[in-house]
Design a protein around this ligand. Structure first.
Ligand code: IPM
Ligand code: MG
Length: 359
């Protein structure tokens, strides 16, 4: 039996993970796979109950499990706290401690939702890109970091640092992924200014030699942000460092129509993975049963694929989601203006996908 750690977290995290768990459990059991779920605290919920955004025993439990399914962390209640006492620290810590250096964020357009994008539908139909973001290095973790008072002035510092081993291992993930797709990697950098990006270009070029069947393009991050809205269909796999990936993956998510649809996987060596929707905690709509659980449900599908080796269960979940959208069901974030009243709630959307598994 595979153990899955559920970390619902804050805001809409608990409601979307509840639906994702129901769908995951049912989809696995239909294919004769039993899962054991253990629920634990992370983020603000953990800060409030245990005085830390992530307790050591939760890290240990996650290490001894097959995968982690996470909701979201953060909210206005904890916004004033210093960085190491914020909910986000829990998420950063679990990524780092589990060695989850590869963050995969696929952005695709569901045909039924093409009109939900702010871009014209001709520009977005057929978008199918995968952001491969380095997740345990760069500015997020570099030392030294912190604040100081220097000559009476407040000063703050973060460090951007990568070594070649960190770059090469994430580059391999991107090239391997490209082999299962359209065989094109775009490496996103700022090598006209940053030494760190120059090292990335070098190491990515070296890695590329082992993948002669995959085409490689180097793209400056500013022009990449522009190209992503001008012609998103040109991208297949986008490989980049932690902070650029954070920014570009939100942009990639939004052009597909809704941030509420985008799943993610964070992987380390050896199958361990953490799966979470890209959307975040959305405190403004938390607890109102209006959140879109589809990103969490699609994250559960990624869990099946990458941590359970159950591609057929992943496909079942994805086709149930597609069928529900094709049938016209929408949560509020996906509804076209004027039709918001007809939108279904979070629990109802989960129930529809559950029913869709048995079509
Ligand atoms: C994300 C989020 C996190 C990040 C935050 C919550 C720390 O924005 O997963 O993209 O910056 O990595
Ligand atoms: Mg982000």
């Amino acid at each position: 039996m595979d153990r899955i750690v559920l970390l619902p977290g804050d805001g809409i995290g608990p409601e979307v993970t509840r639906e994702a768990r129901r769908v995951l459990e049912a989809a696995c059991s239909r294919r004769g796979r039993k899962l054991e779920f253990v629920e634990e605290l992370i983020g603000g919920a953990s800060l409030d109950a245990r005085g830390t955004p992530l307790a050591d025993d939760v890290v240990r439990l996650a290490r001894q499990s097959r995968a982690v399914l996470l909701g979201a962390v953060g909210g206005p209640k904890w916004d004033a706290a210093p960085v190491d006492r914020r909910p986000e620290k829990g998420l950063l810590r679990i990524r780092k401690e589990l060695g989850l250096f590869a963050n995969l964020r696929p952005a695709t357009v569901f045909p039924a939702l093409a009109s939900a994008s702010t871009l014209r539908s001709e520009a977005i139909e057929g978008i199918d890109l995968l952001v491969v973001r380095e997740l345990t290095g760069g500015l997020y973790f570099g030392e030294p970091r912190g604040r100081a008072l220097v000559d009476g002035k407040r000063e703050a510092r973060n460090t951007l640092v990568y070594d070649e081993v960190e770059i090469a291992r994430i580059a391999r993930v991107a090239f391997e992924a490209a082999r299962g797709r359209r065989r094109h990697v775009t490496h996103v950098h700022k090598a006209n200014v940053l030494e760190v990006s120059q090292l990335w270009v070098e190491v990515v070029d070296e890695t590329a030699r082992r993948y002669p069947d995959v085409e490689l393009t180097h793209q400056l991050v500013d022009s990449c942000a522009m190209l992503l809205v001008r012609d998103p269909r040109r991208f297949d796999v986008m490989l980049t460092e932690n902070l650029f990936g954070d920014i570009l993956s939100d942009e990639a998510a939004m052009i597909t129509g809704s941030l509420g649809m985008l799943p993610s996987a964070s992987l380390g060596e050896g199958g361990m993975g953490l799966y979470e929707p890209v959307h975040g905690s959305a405190p403004d709509i938390a607890g109102k049963d209006v959140a879109n659980p589809l990103a969490a449900i699609l994250s559960a599908a990624m869990l099946c694929e990458h941590s359970l080796g159950a591609k057929e269960v992943a496909a079942d979940i994805r086709s149930a989601v597609t069928a529900v959208l094709d049938a016209g069901h929408r949560t509020a974030d996906l509804a076209t203006p004027g039709q918001a009243q007809a939108a279904v709630g979070c629990a109802k959307m989960g129930a529809l996908v559950l029913a869709g598994l048995d079509r």
